[in-house]
Design a binder for this molecule. Structure first.
Ligand SMILES: [Zn+2]
Length: 360
């Protein structure tokens, strides 16, 4: 059982800019917050694409780049070394790009206790505004406690140009709240976890925001804006709950296991979305029909079926998943559910198309 002190401080982002054309205004956003000396961490190759626009934006306000680098590795030791070698005059760190650059910058600011401005160039998972990051610790990918960003600048004009896989990955990470929230509630009812009604409400509302508001056309700017906002709310719900429970359950355990087992792991949200559908069936989750409908109508299932999962690896991941987190109840903890899950891979028509034998 985890206890949370009643006076625990909850952080929320103070700077939130989501919409078209936001990237070119970063300089103004920074100077408004008196951020004059910055370090910038780029996803590999992105400085070539966006570097000039970024420089123009900050030079207009006399902001100094004290340090910049491309992020290739996310070893916790390397981040710590880089962070503590940064000059004291620094008053913000900017991460621009995808998972690695954002996680690197987020953890460095967590160590230095200075603001982090998250600038995602795709909406492939909720990590751009969550209180944890995925780092390499002793050679293994681990979720490490960090801090929620001070600011998020998400330019929809840039996000809409990201590969289709990123949008589907973001969608998969988003629908996984359905199974994560079920696991959390069940763990609470069994007496294993504390529950937080507000965090749960927020995570549910973030789903509504995405699915009730408009059509399932993933290429529309409205859909992408809602996806970014939903993922952002999902990240903040973890901060409010003081645990990743509202956004991560059995489906994330399967995805973590796939990351460790697979020869070629897929994007986080593609793994999580597929696993979420399987876990919803196991849970006999009342939202299963909505989850199936969303993943069918948006084309998620079809997209994953073009590059299916290797069945042997998936079964190994199912076996490993309940062992990944100690004393952590999910639907996969129940006796007999491994066998039920393996049977579903054969009996469910959708899963048969997503998870196949003899896939490299
Ligand atoms: Zn996730």
């Amino acid at each position: 059982m985890t206890y949370y002190p009643s006076n625990r401080q909850i952080n929320i982002p103070y700077l939130l800019k989501i919409g078209p054309g936001k990237f070119d205004k970063i300089g103004k956003y920074l100077i408004d917050k008196d951020m004059t000396n910055i370090a910038v961490f780029w996803s590999e190759g992105l400085e070539d694409i966006f570097g000039e626009r970024f420089n123009n934006s900050i030079q207009a306000y006399g902001i100094n780049i004290i340090h910049k680098q491309d992020v290739r590795f996310i070893n916790i030791e390397e981040i710590t070394k880089v962070a503590f070698n940064l000059p004291n005059s620094l008053n913000a760190i900017i991460g621009i790009g995808g998972g690695k650059a954002l996680d690197f910058a987020k953890y460095a600011t967590h160590l230095l206790k200075i603001p982090f401005i998250s600038v995602p160039t795709s909406a492939s998972n909720d990590g751009f505004c969550s209180p944890n990051c995925s780092l390499l610790v002793d050679g293994y990918r681990k979720s490490v406690k960090s801090s929620i960003p001070f600011g998020v600048v998400a330019d929809i004009d840039i996000i809409k140009e990201s590969p289709q896989a990123c949008i589907y990955s973001g969608l998969g990470d988003m629908v996984s709240k359905i199974t994560a929230l079920w696991d959390w509630k069940k763990a609470f009812l069994k007496g294993y976890e504390r529950y937080n009604d507000f965090a749960s409400l927020m995570a549910y509302n973030s789903l509504d925001l995405l699915f009730i508001k408009h059509s399932f056309d993933t290429s529309s700017p409205e859909f992408q804006r809602s996806l970014v906002t939903s993922l952002l709310m999902s990240g903040i719900s973890m901060e409010i709950a003081g645990t990743s429970r509202p956004a991560s359950g059995s489906e994330h355990l399967i995805s973590h296991a796939l990351d460790n087992i697979s020869k070629y792991p897929k994007m986080h949200g593609l793994q999580v979305g597929t696993a979420s559908y399987l876990c919803a069936l196991l849970q006999e989750n009342p939202e299963t029909d909505s989850l199936r409908e969303v993943l069918l109508k948006t084309g998620f299932f079809e997209f994953v079926s073009h590059n299916p999962f290797n069945k042997e690896e998936f079964i190994s991941a199912l076996r490993m998943a309940p062992t990944i987190k100690k004393d952590y109840y999910t639907i996969l903890s129940e006796a007999g559910n491994f066998q039920r899950a393996v049977k579903l891979l054969d009996s469910d028509e959708i899963l048969r198309a997503l998870i196949k034998n003899n896939i490299v």
